[in-house]
Design a protein around this ligand. Structure first.
Ligand code: B3K
Ligand code: ZN
Length: 876
């Protein structure tokens, strides 16, 4: 495919005034009639042709102002429709009819049919698989949609906006008409038809309008949509209270489908969801599932303003809607749950997913300047780093300043297709500030490294911090400018209180935020009576790597005494990481691993501290992961040595004081009816964290088997099964539990996905054979994206030792899978392939095998542009 550049953006020559679509649905021969009214844009070239996008389209008729179009005036190929000799200024009407085959659409882009349900996915460029269209986000129009379908198999006919009416249509068919008064780009179009159950509710908006809420699920699963409905109502309320945003249609619908390439999609008034993010009850869903549902329901709902009312001018601006909307869903979840615990989870995720992306061959700016395949830019950089950039704006401007900027953004750009510059300008104008240096965060890829050293002068009562920033080179960007890095901080004294400097020089410090803006800065704090311990980058105010050699005792001090709970977790993490890195190095060299008393004792003290919330203590107990250690090591990685070292440290902690873990395990069992709230989830998380340590000190599966047998909810059940499978893969107790789990949930696809994931992440050399055997299971279904992700995706992304086997068999297996999946579902294939994004950081034997596997993929015949784009960037 050809490379698209941001710099080449230009407006369309024609303005689309309105769209009327009529669908005659049929599993293999669906007829789509699109009536499009255009006029030439003022000032546009009067001879320019109209060029519409298509993708695998078959056109059966073309009318110009209701009359058959002269063949000499157009060219139609499956990829485009070009029409010439069009009026200079007056409006004209094009009616184009296409025939499409929803059953054969295994890409799950455009209109497809899975499990008897017709459904669409149009973002980013799926609408062009339905009809010829100016399929780009800056073309906004009002849509009317007529749907005609078989009444028995499709009693339900849905599209965006408000329902206009429906009736019988003869021959067992019926029709429904929908009208969406809000101009929208084609990527927000949706159609759903089928036979589904519904859960209904209402929401009264802040101005007193009643909105009908409907969640459609498979018949019989209605009770499992209750939590999603509750989350939706809380989201609607929160967006009114916090962002002043009210819903704007009479109806809001969510449809849950089981075959979906992603999490969910924010189509106007008609969100389509992967059912994994809708369906829950205590028997089938873990606390994590509930938290995900809450976050994704909120995210898609929040898009109604950040994405739909204000959309993106072009796909380079994707973070305008995604980064901002992730920020909004993060804030929502923080308000619904424990803010500090939520932040810890976000930072863990950012570091384990985004930091590696930013450090490898797929690194790109939050706002890229070029792409070959836009589907490959729905990345953790655009989403999660994009959210962090928005968070930094809020940190720099403060709560009120941020709110003023957001209000101006909605006021100025409602109905627009906007850019990042438009967005940033609103914050500048509303606050009278200059954010030009800050804007580098959108344009420079790579995680900044901030190196810090400190000195204390007792005589002068002065404390100095020397800071230096370095932004590593990334593909296409070798030289970087210094950025504006806002670092929240505190100066902790020995008694746990905070020092209040009488003066600060060398940097702009506002409140508790230090603004690092130069390449090198030395900051002096005066009036400090005794040596303070710096708690830096509190709340992870900037998404950077810090190199700050703080003494273990200082980190332990922060971990035990900081007033900021997040900072306590971060200090614990900083305390653990060097020990784990050293352990990995020793294991690699075949030397005995050194453990750390300070680390173990600090961890255990926090775990046992009943004054702290259990969810926080559970997070504290989770040592940095194998991939965290790999990232810290940076290069020449041996995943086996990393695991061996980490296991030794973990065993040391487990055996330090097993009585503490036993007490936590016994004391935090949730009794009575299950509720998915954050507090119950915290108790379960702490109990299950303790169980994982106890399995190590016990050395036998008995306790986990007992926990499995007595679990009365999916969180405890799957946690016990994970401990059994990962710690005692060959024990008869494990085989028995896995079989009991399979038998009990065989007819529940979402739970069987867990059964596959738990087994695909069992560490060690046997993993690949296990995964291959599971692929032969009658429960495996390679046509279902959730199932493929659960088994193949989870193996490649989350089983470092199993996947990165020294003989390269894991990579060869993945290459075969990618080549098999790609012709059917390129997006799924490309996404799973990104699991190899850190291959260059592996030691030589493994990286050679990985390169060969990537080359085998690159040599594949008829690769999709999705996979070839990823594999070529990875090999570059
Ligand atoms: N906007 C969609 C993602 C679409 C992905 C297209 N490949 C879901 C979301 O971010 O809310
Ligand atoms: Zn989104």
């Amino acid at each position: 495919g050809r490379i698209i550049h941001l710099a080449d953006y230009r407006q369309t020559d024609f303005v689309l005034e309105r769209v009327d679509l009529t669908f005659e649905l049929d599993p293999t021969e669906t007829k789509v009639e699109a009536r499009l009214i255009f006029h030439r844009r003022e000032g546009a070239d009067p001879s320019a042709p109209l060029v519409l996008d298509g993708d695998e389209l078959v056109m059966t008729s073309l009318l110009f102002d209701q009359m058959e179009m002269d063949k000499a005036r157009y060219d139609a190929t499956p990829e485009s429709l070009t029409i010439r000799d069009l009026p200079a200024s007056e409006p004209f009407e094009i009616t184009v009819t296409t025939m499409i085959n929803p059953e054969a659409n295994t890409q799950l882009m455009g209109l497809y049919r899975a499990n008897g349900v017709y459904c669409t996915q149009c973002e980013a460029e799926g609408f062009r698989r339905i009809t010829y269209f100016p399929d780009r986000p800056d073309v906004l129009a009002v849509y009317t949609v007529n749907i005609i379908a078989d009444k028995a198999s499709c009693p339900l006919l849905l599209s965006n906006g408000n329902f206009l009416g429906g009736a019988g249509y003869g021959e067992g068919k019926h029709f429904a008409a929908w009208f969406d008064p809000h101009p929208k780009p084609s990527y927000l179009f949706a159609l759903v038809a089928g036979d589904l159950g519904v859960v209904e509710d209402t929401f009264t908006t802040m101005s007193g309008r009643e909105v009908a809420l409907k969640i459609y699920v498979e018949h019989g699963k209605e009770p499992r949509a209750a939590y999603a409905m509750d989350a939706l109502k809380r989201s609607m309320k929160w967006d009114e209270e916090v962002f002043g945003r009210e819903y704007d249609l009479d109806i809001f619908m969510i449809v849950a489908v089981s075959d979906f390439n992603m999490g969910a999609m924010e189509n106007k008034g008609l969100n389509v969801f992967n059912d994994k993010y809708v369906l829950a009850d205590p028997e089938i869903a873990t606390d994590q599932d509930y938290a995900n549902i809450e976050a994704i329901i909120a995210h898609e709902y929040f898009h109604n303003w950040t994405g739909n009312r204000v959309t993106c001018r072009d796909w380079f601006q994707l973070c305008l809607k995604e980064g901002l909307t992730v920020y909004r869903d993060h804030e929502f979840s923080a308000d619904q749950r424990s803010r500090a615990v939520k932040r810890i989870a976000e930072v863990r995720h950012l570091k384990s997913e985004q930091f590696p992306e930013d450090a490898g061959p797929l690194a790109h700016p939050v706002r890229p300047t070029k792409y070959r395949e836009i589907n490959n830019f729905y990345t953790t950089t655009v989403y999660e780093k994009g959210s962090e950039v928005t968070r930094m704006i809020a940190t720099i401007l403060g709560k009120d300043g941020f709110k003023k900027g957001m209000d101006l953004y909605f006021e100025r750009h409602d109905g627009d297709a906007a850019t990042i510059e438009d967005f940033v300008k609103c914050f500048e104008d509303a606050n009278g500030v200059d954010l030009s240096q800050f804007s580098l965060w959108y344009n420079q890829a790579g995680t900044p490294l901030v190196s810090v050293s400190s000195a204390y002068d007792q005589g002068k009562g002065e404390f100095t911090l020397s800071l230096e920033q370095m932004i590593p080179p990334t593909p296409g960007q070798s030289v970087k400018e210094p950025m504006h890095i806002p670092l929240r901080f505190g100066l902790l004294l020995t008694d746990g209180s905070e020092a209040n400097p009488t003066a600060v020089s060398g940097a702009d410090v506002t409140g508790d935020v230090l603004h690092l803006t130069e390449r090198r800065q030395t900051v002096t704090f005066s009036g400090i009576a005794s040596r303070p311990v710096v708690s830096l980058n509190r709340g992870f105010s900037a998404p950077v790597n810090l190199h700050f050699e703080q003494a273990a005792a200082d980190l332990a001090h922060i971990a035990r005494h900081d007033g900021d709970l997040f900072a306590r977790w971060q200090a614990l993490n900083d305390l653990a990481l060097p020990t784990l890195v050293d352990a990995a190095r020793k294991a690699r060299a075949g030397e005995p691993v050194e453990t750390s008393d300070v680390l173990a004792d600090t961890l255990i003290a926090i775990a046992a501290d009943e004054s702290l919330e259990p969810a926080f203590r559970a997070q504290a107990l989770a040592l940095p992961s194998e991939s965290d250690i790999a990232r810290e090591l940076g290069s020449n990685n041996d995943p086996d040595a990393i695991r061996t070292g980490r296991e030794a440290v973990l065993a040391f902690v487990a055996n330090r004081d097993p009585a503490v873990f036993a007490a936590l395990f016994a004391g935090h069992r949730t009794e009575g009816a299950f509720t998915p709230d954050a507090s119950g989830a915290g108790h379960r998380a702490l109990r299950n964290a303790a169980l994982a340590y106890l399995a190590v000190s016990d050395g036998t599966p008995a306790r986990a088997a007992e926990a499995f047998a007595s679990a009365d909810n999916m969180t405890d059940l799957s946690a016990a099964l994970t401990v059994l499978a990962h710690r005692f893969p060959d024990a008869p107790e494990t085989a028995k539990a896995l079989e009991a789990f399979r038998a009990r949930f065989a007819d529940n696809a979402l739970v069987i996905d867990k059964w596959f994931s738990i087994q695909s992440t069992i560490p060690g050399d046997g993993a690949l054979e296990r995964v291959k055997a599971l692929m032969e299971s009658p429960l495996f279904n390679k046509a279902n994206p959730n199932r493929v992700r659960a088994l193949v995706g989870t193996f490649a992304f989350s089983n470092p030792t199993g996947f990165n086997r020294a003989d390269g068999a894991g990579y060869r297996f993945l290459a075969d899978q990618i080549l098999e999946i790609d012709p059917k579902n390129p997006q799924l294939a490309a996404r799973i392939l990104t699991s190899m994004r850190s291959w260059r950081a592996l030691e030589e034997v493994r990286s050679d095998h990985a390169r060969n596997a990537l080359r085998a993929i690159a040599a594949g015949e008829k690769l999709s542009s999705d996979v070839s784009d990823i594999v070529e960037r990875m090999l570059k």
